[in-house]
Design a protein around this ligand. Structure first.
Ligand code: TXA
Ligand code: MG
Length: 349
């Protein structure tokens, strides 16, 4: 199929929204920007439309989708109820990079929830996403608009790379600024769990609702049998083509170790890439080095992470070394994505 690309401009975008909303209503697929990453949208209450998402992405069918809404009234239709804790989170963080998992109502198809009795819902904070939801008159189920196993897309060019020819339309508007996917919080049971860390941090959630815990299966400390509560968290995501190693330790020691590895690998004719920071980028020699940004701005680092991983895929790099970050605040989300991309390959020096 030909994929239509509609580029948002300063002037009149009515035709783009008219076409995209029509595609959603007719059961087709439209990729659109949100503040976190691009989403691949379909009418959430149409099982056949939602199933097209799975085939376009090559996504396992047990991995449920997030439903995007533009008005909290939607929760009356999609869930069995919103308690005081969920209401407090909504008040603080919607629209925004937070997804809440509720008990689902009967109208939500199991084809969207991967067979679960719960449903993940988010109100994005992006004018294009909100306008598309409103104009289509639908709730929009949307995973990240990458093929399964690739880094989530933060630019239209990434979506084109992965999905061109497989979906009906891409709305291009490169104002995706968070750069990593939303924080997922399960409010469906007695205890509140963070199922996927993101820019709305555990610290922020606790400040809002008191007790909340990180799903032990995703901290990396739990025994390997623990099953993540978000089915998608068990898959090896974001895998770059080159072998990725995270190196933890003081910046001097990390740079010394990585430089030794570069020298050793270069001797074997291998090309090495390094994901560094503004503070350390000058320390690395004889490699392709990229800075993710300043360590003082972890949100900035998060916003560049996926693009940096994708850019390495376009080079002949055989090995990538990444510096590590804190396990608190936004660092927790960065490390969660990096550790998965590295297949848990972390070295302490
Ligand atoms: O920022 C985001 O959340 C982006 C944008 C497009 O909104 N979307 C996104 O979707 O990252 P996706 O499909 O790549 O990730 C959805 C995650 C998966 O890990 C899935 O398992 C989990 O949400 N999930 C969805 N429904 C769930 C449910 N009912 N219970 C637990 N986890 C659920
Ligand atoms: Mg995804």
């Amino acid at each position: 199929m030909d994929t239509v690309i509609g580029k948002i401009t300063q002037s009149d975008n009515d035709k783009i929204f008219e076409q995209a909303a029509g595609i959603i209503r007719d059961g087709g697929l439209v990729a659109f920007p949100t503040e976190t990453v691009y989403g691949l949208g379909a009418n959430a209450l149409d099982s056949d439309a939602a199933s097209k998402i799975y085939s376009a992405k090559g996504r396992p069918s047990d991995n449920p989708l997030i439903i995007h809404i533009a008005d909290i009234k939607a929760l009356d239709e999609l869930t069995t109820g919103v308690d005081a804790r969920a209401a407090a989170l909504i008040e603080s963080f919607w629209p925004g990079p937070m997804t809440l998992v509720f008990n689902k109502s009967d109208i939500v198809p199991y084809g969207v929830t991967g067979g679960l009795d719960t449903v993940a819902i988010r109100m994005p904070n992006h004018p294009v996403a909100l306008r598309l939801i409103r104009e289509s008159g639908c709730y929009i189920a949307a995973p990240s608009a990458n093929t399964s196993g690739r880094p989530s897309p933060t630019r239209a060019s990434h979506v084109i790379e992965d999905l061109s020819g497989r979906i009906d339309m891409i709305i291009e508007d490169d104002t995706v600024n968070v750069g990593i996917e939303s924080t997922i919080i399960d409010v469906s049971g007695e205890d509140i769990y963070v199922l996927r860390p993101g820019c709305i941090t555990l610290e922020m959630i606790r400040a809002c609702v008191g007790n909340a815990r990180l799903d032990p299966a995703i901290t990396g400390q739990a025994d390997s049998d623990a099953r993540p509560k978000a089915p998608g968290m068990k898959y090896r995501h974001y895998a770059p083509k080159a072998q990725l190693t995270i190196v933890e330790g003081s910046s001097d020691k990390v740079a010394e170790y990585i430089n030794q590895q570069i020298a050793r690998l270069n001797e074997q004719g291998k090309k090495v890439g390094v994901m560094a920071t503004d503070e350390t980028v000058a320390l690395y020699k004889d490699c392709m080095v990229t800075s993710l940004g300043s360590r003082r701005d972890e949100a900035g680092i998060a916003s560049h992470l996926y693009e940096c991983l994708r850019n390495f895929d376009g080079t002949q790099t055989d090995y990538i070394f990444a510096e590590s970050f804190s396990y608190d605040n936004v660092g927790q989300a960065i490390m969660n994505r990096l550790i998965k991309a590295a297949g848990h390959n972390v070295i302490s020096v």
